[in-house]
Structure formats: structure tokens, C-alpha cells
Design a protein around this ligand. Structure first.
Ligand SMILES: [Fe+2]
Length: 356
């Protein structure tokens, strides 16, 4: 015991290693010149066994080079012989204080890292929860939109299931063009709502047998704008609202209401135009039977670059007739099975599955 410290001595590096390995040391005073292994060779081993150990090198030669090299290898300090005991005590206390501060600092850092990781985990859990809620909300919106779409179909279209088929065709075409969620969901919603503006058109015009006169046609042509005005202020329908506004535009500028051309027309509306025409031509109507696939195909080719975006027509042609037919049959049988009372989930693939 000296100055209140418990000390042990070793007469060689080998003895020091053996004693040190048993543990319980805070500081080592280590001679550089020892019989056998030197202090500078023992130092790295000490630091490896206990990275927090304070090591003070002791030598008879006041050599700055040796001191620097020892400090670089992890020594805390350097004592030259002859030294006085008060000096050793002061330097020892300094080295132990430095060690204590380093340990405390590291523990504090560990604590902070732990806190950060805990908080990050909480934030991540919060985000996950919000994501789950958003997905639920999105499903709720889709259910509302689906109900609205069915209501619209009953009022306007001769062919039951028209909107549902158009949504499914639009979805398949968009995928063929490499479009993924969330853009895909926006496009699907746009297709679903395309004719929502017809709510504002009177039954007399909407259900008039025979052709419309110029005034009636002008009113009918207001439906994209009416639809857009209904949806434009609804946050989650911003993109679909643009599709509603532009669903009657044509590739060459001959459509309405804006006479937009080419890429000015949102891609969702360009895709919808092909899907809508495909459905119209391949469905039975009171005044004519459904056209054959070859005829529909030819019509789309003829009007590519006129009414339709040629890239979308190409995408349509890449999908086989069998696949189009199977999508159509699938929607139709689902509609007939439910008689329009509800829409099977698989017709509207979800953005992603919720974990809750
Ligand atoms: Fe329309």
C-alpha cells in the first residue's frame, strides 16, 4: 500500500503478464529497460488485454523519441529516472484521472448511442404505424370510390361492369409500361372516376336515344371539367383529378376540353383512352355486337398517333389476346357473382399489405 493504492510488483515482463492477466489493475508503471522482454514490447499487449489500462513508461534515459513512441502505442505518460515520490504520486493521479474521464466519456457516449438507437426504434415504429394507417385509409378511400363508380355505371353505361373492366385494363396496360405504385394506384383511381362529371349532366342528355344536337354535345363535353372541379380540392385525388380532366383528350390534339397534345396529356389519361376504347369495342351494345379482337386490334393500330399514344398501343399489342380475354372474363364473372353489390378485393390490388 502506498498513498492509499494497492500495488504489486513484477521483476520481468513475463511475471507482469501473468499477474496482469488475473485482472484488477488500473495503472501499470512499466520500465522500458528490463531483463528479457522490454517495456515497449509489453505495452501493446497490456493495451490489448485492457484497452482502458493507464500505462506510465519509466526509463533512465530522457529520450523524447522513446517517449513519443511509447505514447503512440498507448502509454498515458512517461517518467524519467531519477524521480521523486511526490512526482510519481502526482503523475499517477493525473494518469488515473485521465483514465477515469476516458471511461466515463465512453460510457456516456454508449449511453447516448443507446438513447439514439432507442429513439430511432420508436420513430421507426411510429412511421410503421402511420404507414399502416395510411394504407387502411387508402383502402377506405378505394372502397368509397368503388361504390361511387358502381353508382355511375348504373346510371350511364349500357354495359354493366364497364368501369370495372376499364380499371382492370388500365391497370394491366400501366404495368406493361413499367408503371408501379404509387403512380399505379393514382392511375387506377383516375380510371375509376373518369366519368364522375356526368353526375352534372341531365338524364335527358345522358340517356337520349339517338344522336345529340350541337348544344347537347357541348353540354356533354363539359363532363371532364365538371369532374375535375368536383375532385380538384381533395388532396389524395390530385393526380386522379388531372386524369379525369384529360380523359377525352386525343394524342393529336383533337380531343376535349383542352385540345392537349402528346405528352401534355397525363400518361394515366393516355393509357385510359386505349383501355376505354378496347372495352367499348369489345363489348356488346344494343345497336351492335362486340367486335372481334382482330378488328379491335386493327382499330387501335389505325388510330395510334391520331387518337392514341403509339407507345400505349404498342404496350397493348404486347399483351396476348388470351390475357386480355381472361382479365375481361375475370371482372365479368366477379361482377355477375356479386351483381354489382360489392367489388372483390383482387380487382383492386392493394398498394401493399398492412402489418396490423
Ligand atoms: Fe368520358
Amino acid at each position: 500500500m502506498a498513498f492509499g493504492y494497492q500495488a504489486e510488483s513484477a521483476d520481468s515482463a513475463a511475471t507482469a503478464r501473468r499477474k496482469f492477466a488475473a485482472g484488477g489493475f488500473d495503472l501499470v508503471l512499466c520500465d522500458i529497460d528490463m531483463p528479457g522482454e522490454s517495456g515497449t514490447s509489453l505495452l501493446p499487449w497490456l493495451k490489448e488485454v485492457d484497452p482502458d489500462i493507464a500505462v506510465m513508461m519509466v526509463t533512465g534515459i530522457d529520450d523524447a523519441g522513446t517517449a513519443v513512441s511509447a505514447m503512440l502505442k498507448g502509454a498515458s505518460d512517461y517518467l524519467c529516472k531519477p524521480f521523486s515520490l511526490p512526482e510519481v504520486r502526482a503523475r499517477t493521479e493525473q494518469a488515473l484521472e485521465k483514465r477515469r474521464l476516458m471511461i466515463e466519456n465512453r460510457q456516456y457516449q454508449d449511453h447516448l448511442e443507446h438513447l439514439v438507437s432507442e429513439r430511432t426504434k420508436k420513430v421507426r415504429e411510429g412511421m410503421e404505424r402511420i404507414r399502416g394507417l395510411n394504407i387502411k385509409l387508402s383502402h377506405a378511400y378505394d372502397n368509397t370510390l368503388t361504390a361511387l363508380m358502381i353508382a355511375l355505371d348504373y346510371r350511364d353505361n349500357e354495359t354493366k361492369g364497364h368501369s370495372l373492366r376499364v380499371v382492370s385494363f388500365t391497370d394491366r396496360l400501366a404495368r406493361e409500361l413499367g408503371i408501379e405504385d404509387p403512380a399505379l394506384t393514382e392511375i387506377r383511381r383516375g380510371a375509376m372516376l373518369h366519368d364522375v362529371g356526368k353526375i352534372g349532366i341531365s338524364d335527358a342528355i345522358l340517356s337520349k336515344p339517338g344522336p345529340l344536337n350541337d348544344d347537347e354535345r357541348a353540354i356533354m363535353h363539359m363532363h371532364p371539367q365538371l369532374g375535375y372541379d368536383m375532385l380538384r380540392d381533395i388532396d389524395f385525388l390530385e393526380v386522379p383529378a388531372r386524369i379525369v380532366l384529360t380523359h377525352q383528350e386525343m394524342w393529336d390534339g383533337g380531343g376535349y376540353p383542352g385540345g392537349m397534345r402528346h405528352e401534355e396529356i397525363p400518361i394515366g389519361a393516355r393509357i385510359f383512352a386505349v383501355a376505354d376504347t378496347f372495352d367499348a369495342m369489345s363489348s356488346d351494345r344494343p345497336y351492335r355486337a362486340a367486335l372481334g379482337f382482330e378488328q379491335v386490334r386493327q382499330e387501335l393500330i389505325d388510330f395510334a398517333g391520331v387518337q392514341f399514344d403509339p407507345r400505349v398501343v404498342e404496350a397493348f399489342l404486347r399483351v396476348s389476346e388470351e390475357e386480355w380475354r381472361s382479365i375481361r372474363d375475370h371482372v365479368q364473372s366477379a361482377v355477375e357473382a356479386r351483381d354489382g353489390a360489392g367489388i372483390p378485393d383482387e380487382l383492386f390490388p392493394r398498394v401493399t399489405t398492412t402489418r396490423e
